[in-house]
Design a binder for this molecule. Structure first.
Ligand code: ZN
Length: 496
């Protein structure tokens, strides 16, 4: 059995390493690659993903998993070996259901579609990508159909990102959340709008970068196992547990954009850096779901990074970094500025009170397209109507409307948005569990001590990687199922 387990680990390590090599190419593409590198890079990444898929679906891997099944069943559920075999089997069964040809077609199409989107968005030209999007919808349906027996066609696509979730459960959860948030938002908007002009001055990029890096190093992001580079759309990526990178962007006239995206990505990165080193090069060495991953970035970005205590600690240092810009702005004004709630048209710029409404619009439109209730041709109009009815504003141009997010243009339609709001919900639920265990956390944050919260997260969430599913982790850490109550209470406390 030991020999077989070693062989399993060796095979899984190859799949992981191919994925990580591909991640290096993709990180380079998004940071330093000159434009001339694009055609060859696309081909190289397609080759790596084909090789990874071949190895991940090798029949020999399936036989090994079969042979190891009795051993896995003889172990306690939470043993590392049992978890490895369980997760490897789940991945194998999923990957082998998708024909190689469909994987190739999806990869090729999304590269083409992404390329077209990068030109269509600045040109404000939805018609230029409509054909691609129709093809994406067709491919997304075919992908879902590889998993027959679903109750909603989006279920397999949602399950891929957020295992255990279904269209119906997410829909119900979102409906509950919306019913609580909309009246609260109205109440917030009835109050005088905070003045956030202090954030919109001239903030030199070098000083922004230096401050952001000092902040995330204090929170616990380990620069000896990571680094930060510039990109257009910030992301976190991992090449091994010893190399977890973040990217960011800066706007000289908007201090919060670069700062909060640096904190956000460092939250994703601390999760990956905190995984048990014993899981290196196995499928357990990843965050467990899109929602849980986003809960960790949002927890640091919003629950911590937009709290009053956080700025009690960091504001003097920020003022020292930008004395002419912020020397005359008091803490309360700054705190209110970084928490200003205001309906807007761009999801990634949205505040905590409206962000989830942006996500829900996308989630509903995805479902409608997959169901066949909404044609791609009618998407821009449907988008506008939902923005007007749900958020009360709507973009004049498609580049700030239906073309704003990359997701549908670089992947499938279905499954890629619910994780953002699930993450917000979970961020509050995990944080309230942390507070129950360590009531001093808010005082510690105000004193600049982030170690106790970071340590609690590492112990209860990070180190497990993918050993437990999101639902198992929540039950285990929070003592009950996923609930919107802590999130609603948090928003009400803070904003009302
Ligand atoms: Zn994120």
């Amino acid at each position: 059995m030991e020999k077989k387990l070693a062989e399993l680990k060796a095979r899984l390590a190859e799949v992981e390493d191919l994925g990580h090599a591909s991640a290096v190419l993709s990180w380079d593409q998004a940071t330093y690659m000159p434009p001339g590198g694009a055609p060859a890079r696309g081909r190289q990444m397609a080759l790596l993903s084909r090789l990874a898929h071949e190895r991940a679906t090798d029949a020999a891997l399936g036989h090994l998993l079969d042979d190891l099944q009795p051993y896995a069943e003889s172990l306690p559920y939470d043993s590392d070996d049992a978890a490895l075999i369980r997760v490897a089997r789940r991945n194998y069964e999923r990957d082998t259901r998708i024909p190689n040809a469909l994987v190739g077609e999806l990869n090729e199409h999304s590269a083409r579609s992404y390329q077209a989107w990068t030109a269509a968005r600045p040109a404000n030209d939805f018609a230029a990508v409509r054909g691609n999007l129709e093809k994406t919808l067709d491919l997304s349906r075919r992908l879902a159909d590889c998993f027959p027996g679903y109750s909603h066609i989006a279920d397999p696509l949602i399950d891929y990102a957020d295992e255990g979730m279904k269209a119906e459960t997410v829909r119900a959860l979102f409906a509950d959340l919306r019913a609580q948030m909309v009246p609260l938002l109205r109440q917030v908007l009835d109050q005088p709008t905070p003045d956030d002009s202090c954030l919109h001055q001239n903030f030199p990029e070098d000083a922004q970068r230096a401050f952001g890096e000092r902040v995330v190093a204090q929170l616990g992001y380990d620069f000896s196992r990571g680094r930060q580079d510039k990109t257009h759309h910030p992301f976190m990526t991992k090449f091994s547990l010893g190399d977890v990178r973040i990217t960011t962007r800066f706007r000289p006239d908007d201090l919060s954009d670069g700062l909060f995206s640096t904190i956000h990505e460092s939250g994703h990165a601390m999760y990956e850096q905190g995984i048990d080193p014993a899981y290196e090069a196995t499928p357990l060495a990843h965050g467990t779901s899109a929602g849980v991953h986003e809960s960790q970035s949002r927890l640091w970005e919003n629950v911590v990074g937009r709290s009053r205590g956080f700025w009690q600690h960091f504001y003097p240092e920020l003022q020292a970094a930008f004395p002419t810009q912020l020397g005359g702005v008091d803490l309360e004004t700054f705190y209110r500025a970084v928490n200003k709630a205001m309906p807007s048209v761009i999801r990634t710029d949205a505040d905590q009170m409206t962000y989830d409404l942006h996500v829900m619009i996308r989630f509903d439109l995805e479902l409608a397209m997959l169901e066949g209730a909404l044609e791609v041709a009618d998407l821009p109009e449907a988008w506008k109507m939902r923005y007007l009815s749900d958020i009360g504003v709507c973009a004049d141009e498609e580049c700030d409307g239906v073309l704003q997010d990359v997701h549908w243009f670089a992947g499938v339609i279905g499954g890629s948005f619910q994780g953002y709001t699930l993450g917000n919900i979970m961020s509050a639920q995990f944080y309230s569990a942390a507070l129950r265990a360590v009531p001093a956390i808010p005082a510690q944050i105000a004193a600049g001590e982030f170690g106790p919260l970071h340590g609690w997260l590492r112990e209860n969430i990070y180190r497990h990687g993918s050993k437990f599913t999101a639902n198992e982790l929540i039950a285990h850490v929070c003592g009950g199922p996923l609930s919107i109550d802590p999130y609603v209470a948090y928003l009400r406390d803070k904003f009302a």
